[in-house]
Write a protein that binds this ligand. Structure first.
Ligand code: NAD
Length: 262
C-alpha cells in the first residue's frame, strides 16, 4: 500500500534508537524527509546514516539536543522546513515510589512527557491546518490505560497529555482541515530502555535476566516483545493519507496484554 506521504517532512523526536527510530525508519521508507533528534550526537548521526542508506531519495537531518528544553525544540523546528508530521517522543520518567518523589521530580516528568509535546503541537498545528494536511502521533504508554504502580510519574504526566489531546484533536478548525492527533501506546517493546530496566530489576531481585523477561511475557498473549519496526509501521499508517478519519484516538500496541473488551 502506498501511504501517500512522498515528499512530506516529519519531525521525529527522540529518534536515535528504540521506538522513535522505528517511526523515523518507517516514514523514511515511505519517502518522507525526516528531522530526527536525540541528546547524543554520535548515536544520532549513526541513525541518520542508517536512514540515508535505507532511503536514498529522502533528506535526513540530525539535530542533537534535549527536546524537553526550549532551545532543543527551537533547533528541531528550525531544521524542519515545514512540519507535516510530528512524532512526539522523549525518554520516560524513572520508576519508584511516590513517597520518594519531590516536586522537582514531578515537574521534570510533566515537562518531558506532557508539556514538551504540547509545546510542539502548539508550534506546528495551525500551520498544518492552513496547508490542509497534518499528522501528529504522540508516543505515550500502555500505562495510560492500565497504570503501572511503580511508574506513577509516567502514569500521571502522560495522562495529562492524553486529556489535552482528547480535547484539541476534536477542534473543528483542525479536524476539518485534515489534521489528526493520535496517541500510540506501547506495551512491552524490545528497546534499550526495556533491556536496561530489566537488567536492573534482575540485579536487585538476584534473578537471571531471562527469568524476569519470561515473567513479563507471561502477561502478553503474543508471547513476545514488540519490535520497533512494528511500532514504526503503525505510526506510519496513522500518518498516512488513508488515516484522515482517525483522530483523538489512543491506539494500544501490546500483543493483547490489556485484558478488557474495549
Ligand atoms: P529508548 O531508550 O530505546 O530510546 C529513547 C530515545 O529517546 C533515544 O534516542 C534517546 O536518545 C532519546 N531521548 C531520550 N530523552 C531525550 C530528550 N530529552 N531529548 C531528546 N532525545 C531524548 O526508549 P524507548 O523504549 O524507545 O522509549 C521511548 C518512549 O516510549 C519513552 O518515553 C518510554 O518511556 C516509552 N515507552 C516505552 C516502552 C517500551 O516497551 N519500550 C513501553 C512503554 C512506554
Amino acid at each position: 500500500m502506498d501511504l501517500g506521504l512522498k515528499g512530506r517532512w516529519a519531525l521525529v523526536c527522540a529518534a536515535s534508537k528504540g521506538l522513535g527510530k522505528g517511526c523515523a525508519k518507517a516514514l523514511a521508507a515511505e519517502g518522507v524527509n525526516v528531522v530526527i533528534t536525540a541528546r547524543g550526537a554520535e548515536g544520532l548521526e549513526a541513525t541518520a546514516a542508517e536512514l540515508r542508506a535505507l532511503a536514498a531519495a529522502v533528506q535526513v537531518k540530525a539535530v542533537a539536543g534535549d527536546i524537553t528544553t526550549p532551545e532543543g525544540r527551537a533547533a528541531a523546528l528550525t531544521a524542519c522546513p515545514q512540519v507535516d508530521i510530528l512524532v512526539n517522543n522523549a525518554g520516560g520518567p524513572p520508576p519508584g515510589d511516590f513517597r520518594d518523589w519531590s516536586r522537582e521530580d514531578w515537574v521534570k516528568a510533566v515537562d518531558a512527557n506532557m508539556l514538551t509535546p504540547i509545546e510542539l503541537i502548539k508550534a506546528t498545528v495551525d500551520g498544518m491546518a492552513e496547508r490542509g494536511f497534518g499528522r501528529i502521533v504522540n508516543i505515550t504508554s500502555g500505562a495510560v490505560k492500565a497504570p503501572i504502580d511503580v511508574l506513577g510519574l509516567s502514569n500521571g504526566a502522560r495522562s495529562g497529555l492524553t486529556g489535552f489531546v482528547a480535547g484539541v484533536a476534536r477542534q473543528r478548525r483542525l479536524a476539518a482541515c485534515n489534521v489528526t492527533i493520535n496517541n500510540l501506546l506501547p506495551g512491552v517493546f524490545d528497546t534499550d530502555r526495556i533491556r536496561t530496566t530489566t537488567r536492573a530489576q534482575a540485579q536487585r531481585a538476584g534473578k537471571p535476566e531471562a527469568e524476569l523477561i519470561a515473567m513479563r511475557l507471561a502477561t502478553v498473549p503474543a508471547g513476545r516483545l514488540g519490535t520497533p519496526d512494528e511500532f514504526g509501521a503503525m505510526c506510519a499508517f496513522l500518518c498516512s493519507a488513508h488515516a484522515s478519519y482517525v483522530t483523538g484516538q489512543n491506539i494500544l500496541m501490546d500483543g493483547g496484554a490489556y485484558p478488557g473488551t474495549f
